[in-house]
Ligand binder design. Sequence first.
Ligand SMILES: NC(=O)c1ccc[n+]([C@@H]2O[C@H](COP(=O)([O-])OP(=O)(O)OC[C@H]3O[C@@H](n4cnc5c(N)ncnc54)[C@H](O)[C@@H]3O)[C@@H](O)[C@H]2O)c1
Length: 342
Amino acid sequence: MTMKTVGFIGGKYLPLHRGHIYTIVRAASSVDELYVILSHNEDRDRETCEKSSFPYIPADIRLRWLHEATKEMGNVRVLSVADTTKDYDWEEGSRLIKAAINKKIDVVFSSESAYDAIFKSNYPDAKHILLDEERKIVPISATEIREEGVYAHWNDIPECVRPYFVKKVVLVGTESCGKSTLTRNLASVYNTTFVKEYGRTLCEEIGGCEGIIQKEDYPIIAYGHKMEEKEAIRKANKIVFIDTEATVTQYYSHLYNNCHQKVLDEIIAEQSYDMYLYLEPDVPWVDDGLRVHGEQYVRDENNKLLKEMFKQNNIELTVISGTYEEKLNQAIDLVDQLFREN
Ligand SMILES: NC(=O)c1ccc[n+]([C@@H]2O[C@H](COP(=O)([O-])OP(=O)(O)OC[C@H]3O[C@@H](n4cnc5c(N)ncnc54)[C@H](O)[C@@H]3O)[C@@H](O)[C@H]2O)c1
């Protein structure tokens, strides 16, 4: 019986990129069993990120990326190895890696010939195999990504990593403020995905609105909306535009059903968006057959009520106003600013 070959490849994967994926795939193709080791130490990793003003990424997030990236690769195991020193101590690190793998290691993979001597002394029985040292196949480095940001290197960010970085902009406001159209238009301009207001989808399915949506429908609306968000984020190109969130759904629950939904309070507390674009209802009322609060004084009252609900939830709003065109241009300026911030 021939012995199975065991190899490992290690890194900090801060962040995981397509170059890493290539080396993992190559390494996995040349041994029977490959261990992918995430080496991490919070203080050290934070310092590395701070040097480039890059947001620190916790190890459990990176571990999840590695698991997802290798889930179809039957001979790959992912292990998390935490070490204790702020300056990486190769001797300690190697000891911990050997203990975690707990098998004879035949091959150590990397892309750095500089690691040759280190590996020789720490893994004297293993062969060091270099994978694309010149980084010709995928010319990118994690340092470059940390320096220039993920958005400048989106094509080198693996699909399983992208959702973590997708910016989420939610459009909110009362009826007929133009948010559904603006959501779609912004998604077109930024060549990305968007999420429709799920409550509306449900209304349309039933074929009406007032008096038809019941108390029991609200949790379904909230969960349905979240699932649509998840799908849109997965497919998004750097940013996703979302029509409505749980505060607005709560507002409708008050308005139509005179009921406060606890489940929505919990969703409001959990949700996190990069920006809440609040559209003033200062464009003409459009009667789409589903709406009932058209008089201007009612629109103003409702607008006040919704703003108050955001305030009570400590949600900061970015207000945009004016014609459809003015709102579009203000929104584009604000979104561009969001990308300049990090
Ligand atoms: N003790 C050990 O035996 C051991 C071994 C390997 C790694 N480590 C840990 O990982 C760290 C070293 O890894 P790193 O900082 O280079 O991590 P990293 O996450 O930046 O990269 C991981 C590996 O992928 C390679 N790589 C990166 N971009 C590539 C590309 N575009 N094409 C081809 N290959 C590419 C790197 O050269 C490295 O070998 C150490 O500081 C240590 O924490 C420890």
